[in-house]
Design a protein around this ligand. Structure first.
Ligand code: G
Ligand code: G
Ligand code: NA
Ligand code: MN
Length: 253
């Protein structure tokens, strides 16, 4: 096991790595963007998943340093893809704790501008439960980010209890439907109904709808039929290192 100091050292010693999972349109299968997902290449433990160290980083007060590293690394990778003609966007996950940091929006704007990326190519993902846990506190940061032109995604949607009324108060651009509503919905009528109404709600709020956890052709066919805009999941690709996306270069834009 490890301590918060080990995580701090891992950031400095460049032991963190990003994997990227494609997000493709259901209409034509074109990659619109990727989600950057952090892993820790630990010298003894091997590849440690984020669920094993993000909560510790949050509690130890080093999540901002970690987020800064993720943003900088994801944006540099994006600059490289753009230079090679792959004009996609990148999504970075923000933890609930970061949203209450008053200067978050300015820090994100500063790094994006320094690396030379237009804000519309960066999307920040925040889970439904993180936003709703303290809506008043998150709303200011989210509104500032949106005003600066960044995309805002609500992540793991369908696991919390937010109403359409609450959702409409936040300037989201993308609705990411949790995989518990997506995978298997073609066989389970209750999931099918929830998935359908969630997609409809997203459309009414003028959000890009994204289905997470698309694992097989039936999941894919169903979300396409229901009019969901974008698919993410193992059926398309698992999260992969940046180099592994070179094969998508041929798609052009
Ligand atoms: O890739 P994997 O399924 O192991 O990711 C597990 C969880 O870790 C996901 O819910 C994802 O949102 C979270 N996560 C991955 N990368 C980051 C990150 O850079 N910052 C934060 N705050 N969470 C992340
Ligand atoms: O929403 P969140 O940020 O938690 O989502 C990212 C996580 O979901 C990643 O850890 C990724 O490995 C995982 N994931 C991505 N696609 C699929 C899928 O099709 N099925 C399952 N079970 N997990 C997936
Ligand atoms: Na996410
Ligand atoms: Mn998610």
């Amino acid at each position: 096991s490890f301590t918060p100091n080990d995580i701090r050292r891992a950031i400095i010693n460049r032991e963190l790595v990003l994997h990227h999972q494609p997000k493709v349109t259901t209409h034509s299968g074109v990659m619109r963007g990727v989600e950057a997902l952090v892993r820790w290449q630990h010298p003894e433990l091997g590849l440690v998943p984020p669920s094993n160290f993000i909560p510790m980083a949050e509690e130890a007060g080093i999540i901002d340093e970690l987020t800064d590293w993720v943003l900088e690394t994801a944006l540099k990778q994006l600059r490289d893809w753009h230079a090679r003609g792959l004009t996609i966007s990148v999504a970075v996950n923000l933890s609930a704790k970061s949203l209450s940091t008053p200067d978050l929006a300015d820090r994100i704007a500063a790094v994006t501008s320094r690396i030379g990326i237009e804000p519309k190519y960066l999307l920040l993902e925040i889970t439904e439960t993180a936003v709703m846990s303290d809506l008043a506190l998150s709303l200011g940061t989210l509104a500032r980010l949106r005003l600066k032109g960044f995309g805002l995604g609500i992540d793991d949607f369908g696991t919390g209890f937010s109403s359409m009324q609450q959702l409409s108060r936040i300037p989201f651009t993308e609705l990411k439907i949790d995989r518990s509503l997506v995978h298997g919905a073609s066989e389970k009528p209750h999931l099918h109904v929830m998935l359908q109404s969630t997609i409809e709600m997203g459309k009414k709020l003028h959000l890009t709808t994204v289905a997470e956890g698309v694992e097989n052709p039936s999941d894919w066919q169903l979300i396409r039929l229901l009019g969901c805009d974008v698919a993410q999941g193992f059926y398309v690709s698992k999260p992969v290192p940046g180099d592994a996306l070179a094969g998508w270069l041929k798609q052009g834009t």
